[in-house]
Write a protein that binds this ligand. Structure first.
Ligand SMILES: [Zn+2]
Length: 218
């Protein structure tokens, strides 16, 4: 099984992916992690990529494609994986198709978690995290007993920089302009599955599993 999970920031992509990786015994291929590792090893690709990441930009398509290709070649056509953070542009999606064809393979499914942007904004800007134990709260949906204080350890709650409205809006804009077009690219290729993300974690996960059962070829 070769999966790609898509959805805007805040759609719950990360936690759904984590559960899929565990249950279906997949390798998680994360470009962010591969770049950090290559950087630590002092490789040219890693050093170049870090320059983009430090500035908060998407890493150049050629650099990103190259690091994924190296990994896919090493794994071979029978590997089972879930792609995390890649592809992020249509150019990357096209390159991915070519790489997979090259090693005699193709994606099993592209899971698209569909959510309402206003709801995401509300969900993310209300999030508060404990400075001491990292417990997560929400000003509306899961408020602490005492405002600003962690129920678990009495630590101070704060709002992460990337949960602030301007940052969330910026990330949603980047997603809308650069990443969302990938969904159109996969439409009509028989691999795209739209999942309603405006439900509980469990309901979203069970919808994904049902869709995979219907699609599964390998
Ligand atoms: Zn705490």
């Amino acid at each position: 099984m070769k999966l790609l999970v898509m959805g805007p920031p805040g759609a719950g992509k990360g936690s759904q992916s984590k559960k899929l990786v565990e249950e279906y015994d997949l390798t998680s291929i994360s470009t962010g992690e591969m770049f950090r590792e290559a950087y630590k090893r002092g490789e040219k690709l890693g050093i170049e990529a870090m320059e983009y990441i430090k500035e908060g930009n998407l890493v150049d398509d050629d650099i990103t494609n190259e690091i994924v290709y190296q990994r896919l070649k090493k794994k071979g056509p029978d590997s089972r994986f879930l792609l995390d953070g890649y592809p992020r542009t249509v150019k990357q999606a096209e390159a991915l198709d070519k790489m997979l064809a090259d090693i005699g393979s193709r994606l099993t499914a592209v899971i698209n978690i569909v959510v309402d942007y206003d709801a995401i904004l509300e969900r993310m800007v209300g999030r508060r995290v404990c400075k001491s134990c990292s417990e997560t709260y929400h000003t509306m949906f899961r408020p602490p007993n005492v405002e600003g204080v962690c129920d678990v350890c009495s630590g101070e709650l704060y709002q992460r920089e990337d949960d602030k409205p301007a940052s969330v809006k910026n990330r949603l804009n980047i997603y809308e302009s650069k990443t969302r077009p990938i969904i159109d690219y996969y439409k009509g290729r028989g691999v795209l599955v739209n999942i309603n993300g405006m439900q509980s974690f469990e309901a979203v996960y069970s919808d994904i599993k049902r869709a995979l059962r219907e699609l599964r070829h390998d």
